[in-house]
Design a protein around this ligand. Structure first.
Ligand code: PMP
Length: 341
């Protein structure tokens, strides 16, 4: 029987590559999007949730009714909650009080217990979501703390799945991989595998304006003056994650909220792909990269599209929200004009 699975987890991975025909038409190379929204939890994080939990099972760390703990209000939370339901574990997530109510409802609908913690306290304050999660994990017998920013199994999940899939799907022809970096797991886990097959493959990380990752890659220094709030969720960081293998990255590109937002909307309008905000950021990163490093017709680029746009309807897909940010009002009725510069 084909396309029949024992449970929803059977659908994780093996996501499709879709050729981009419009948004990157000024780039001579062939550009593919790897559509991670095709995972059953609608993001790339399904891969790490499954891999980290199954690795803990193999080590005998989890028993029925064990507890899986993480600090996230984002995609990792949705994926962990999904895996925990199927495997019979309890999922506890510590989130900040800035988290939107619909996200908390989503996590609770998937059976997670959600602790809402104050956002405006230091990371080492006992009330912070980091400290709350750590305390729950240390006080609860048979629990594991996912700790995705500092867990090498995050890298390993992509080394074992995303990287090999991209290599096979492009029949070894890939020349450039582009992905936004949050923990760094998606980009550098895939890169580790791809560089083993062909060390010439160029690995391009996309960082957010307001994050320190690009400068750290270039100087080895943490420049705190670069830290400022920004709107794109899931990428960029104000600390250095060990899940980001900096030595695998050839170049970082920084993108801003505004251009990433336009690009997300443009992808929906021209390719009919509803991606999340970092989908636009990744394509914007590629376009900025090609302004510095022109690509050839024979080049084959894969851009990771990390999650689905349905999570951003009240944000980047809302004209009201766009106007509130001061982004060009109604630009999508005349987007050719907006993008001609
Ligand atoms: N985009 C989105 C929407 C995400 O949630 C994440 C994960 N934080 C990323 C991109 C970056 O992925 P990674 O953590 O593997 O670098």
């Amino acid at each position: 029987m084909t396309n029949v699975y024992d449970n929803i987890l059977g659908l994780i991975g093996n996501t499709p590559l879709i050729k981009l025909n419009q948004v990157t038409k000024d780039i001579p190379a062939t550009v593919y999007a790897k559509l991670e929204s095709y995972n059953p939890g609608h993001s790339t994080k399904d891969r790490i949730a499954l891999h980290i939990i199954e690795s803990a099972e193999k080590k005998g760390l989890l028993k029925p009714d064990s507890v899986v703990v993480e600090t996230t209000s984002g995609n990792t939370g949705f994926s962990l909650a999904m895996v925990c339901i199927i495997k019979g574990y309890k999922c506890i997530l510590a989130v900040s009080d800035k988290t939107k109510p619909e996200k908390i409802a989503y996590l609770k609908a998937l059976g997670a217990t959600v602790f809402v913690c104050p956002a405006n306290v230091a990371a080492d304050d006992p009330r912070s979501y980091y400290e709350v999660a750590k305390r729950i994990a240390s006080e609860t017998p048979n629990s594991i703390y996912i700790n995705q920013y500092f867990n090498e199994l995050n890298i390993d999940a992509h080394y074992q799945t995303t990287g090999p899939e991209i290599w096979e799907q492009t029949q070894g022809k890939i020349t450039h991989l582009v992905a936004c970096t949050g923990t760094g797991g998606t980009l550098t886990g895939s890169a580790k595998y791809l560089k083993e097959q062909n060390p010439d493959i160029q690995i391009i990380g996309v960082d957010a304006d307001g994050s320190i990752l690009k400068t750290y890659h270039e100087t080895g220094k943490i420049d705190k003056t670069q830290i400022h709030p920004y709107q794109i969720e899931g990428m960029g960081k104000n600390l250095i994650p060990s899940a980001l293998l900096f030595e695998k990255v050839d170049r970082f590109i920084k993108v801003n909220d505004e251009m990433s937002a336009y690009r997300t909307r443009e992808i929906a309008l021209k390719e009919a792909i509803m991606g999340g905000y970092t989908t636009g950021a990744a394509v914007q990163g590629l376009i900025q990269y090609t302004n510095i490093n022109p690509l050839k017709e024979t080049d084959v680029v894969v851009v990771i599209f990390p999650d689905h746009g349905s999570r951003y309807i009240t944000k980047v897909y809302s004209d009201k929200w766009m106007a509130e940010q001061g982004f060009v009002n109604n630009c999508f009725h005349n987007y050719e004009e907006v993008f001609k510069t």
